[in-house]
Design a protein around this ligand. Structure first.
Ligand code: AR6
Length: 342
């Protein structure tokens, strides 16, 4: 959580306001659906809203902390001796408590100034449900304010949590070392003896036994793949593949394609049925992400088509928002299903 006013995670909330505006003009089912879609999109983008919070000390006593600078707030939020809770507001007419959430600082400043946090919308919705509130109020001090009752929140959350894989291919944003999946792929180098980036993160999370096993493999050629156990990782196996160091020649593409293809072949030879790939070569090895992404998707889709009776589940695990958006766009373009919830 962060209290920075320029927080770009608030960008995109205007989609929700637009949808609410349309609904206020015409309360049709279609416009209600647009609000749901706008919220789902925000959840998918890991978008945030602002919520008023209160700090408590370890004895549960409220600590009053208004008028903090942004920096002070961030520091306080990192303080283990203070606990944070959201602040609900009461609706006098129905005698129910709601969680106010704001799409922008502008909307928030229309009410009383309290301490706030900028937090993922999905988590704010989950908190409101968890603590038994009547729902969330979006921008309560604005004309277009909208109350979303708990039942609707619950169904939106359910929709958002649908596995999202209506095929064998999933897109996930996060840290691949945390993935609880049968096998993860490492973007390694020819020595297979570790490095930085995702390679470093995998070795760190797997523990020293991984390096020990890697030593027995005597390296790996670019485009090829080798298998080890996952040791302390949630994944049972790691497939180490070596992407090309970007050179701007045609060879890059075929070697990158081979990384995905050979990793999938090796997984299938070892009876592995679920595998997650990072964006191979797009970090230290300098392969432009826009160029690497369609190669990765083509290779995986082609392999899945050629092996459609094998039953392989593939996930692309990308590290940040921009990569997620790019993969999403390419997947939608290639699969021609712009509205699908893969
Ligand atoms: N989870 C998912 N993706 C990640 C993670 C993570 N924990 N960490 C980074 N990425 P890179 P490369 C993304 O540099 O370009 C090493 O030193 C990252 O954002 O890890 O193939 C090896 O030993 C980027 O998009 O791999 C080699 O020497 C992608 O993973 C060399 O780097 C790949 O970035 C390999 O370079």
């Amino acid at each position: 959580m962060t209290g920075l006013k320029s927080d770009e995670r608030l960008q995109g909330n205007e989609l929700i306001i637009e949808a609410i505006g349309d609904f206020n003009k015409e309360q049709s089912e279609e416009n209600a659906l647009h609000i749901t879609m706008a919220i789902l999109k925000r959840i998918e983008d890991d978008g945030c809203m602002i919520a008023p919070i209160q700090f408590h000390d370890n004895a549960g006593n409220p600590v009053k902390l208004n008028a903090l600078t942004e920096e002070e707030l961030v520091k306080l939020q990192e303080n283990d001796d203070l606990n944070v809770s959201v602040q609900a507001v009461s609706d006098e007419q129905t005698m129910t408590d709601w969680l106010p959430v704001f799409t922008s600082y502008e909307s928030y400043h229309k009410g009383d100034t309290t301490t706030v946090m900028v937090h993922p919308l999905a988590e704010l919705m989950a908190i409101a449900l968890d603590i038994g509130l009547a729902g969330v109020m979006i921008d309560p001090w604005d004309d277009y304010a909208l109350n979303i009752p708990a039942e609707s929140l619950a169904s939106i959350m359910e929709l958002a949590m649908e596995p999202g894989d209506d095929g064998d291919l999933t897109l996930i944003q996060g840290d691949i070392t945390k993935m609880d999946i049968e096998c993860i792929v490492n973007a390694a180098n020819n020595t297979l003896l570790g490095g930085s980036g995702v390679d470093g993160a995998i070795h760190k999370a797997a523990g020293p036994q991984l390096l020990e096993e890697c030593r027995t493999l005597h390296g790996c050629k670019t485009g090829e793949a080798k298998l080890t156990k996952g040791y302390n990782l949630p994944a049972d196996y790691v497939i180490h593949t070596v992407g090309p160091i970007y050179s701007g020649t045609l060879k890059d593409e075929s070697q990158l394609f081979d990384c995905y293809w050979n990793s999938l072949d090796l997984a299938a030879q070892n009876d592995i049925h679920a595998i997650a790939f990072p964006a191979i070569s797009t970090g230290v090895f300098g392969y432009p992400k826009e160029e690497a992404c369609p190669v990765a998707i083509d290779a995986v889709l082609e392999w899945l088509n050629m092996n459609d009776d094998y039953g392989m589940k593939v996930a692309f695990c990308v590290h940040n928002n921009e990569d997620y958006a790019m993969y999403r766009q390419h997947l939608d373009m290639i699969l021609g299903e712009p509205d699908s919830e893969r």
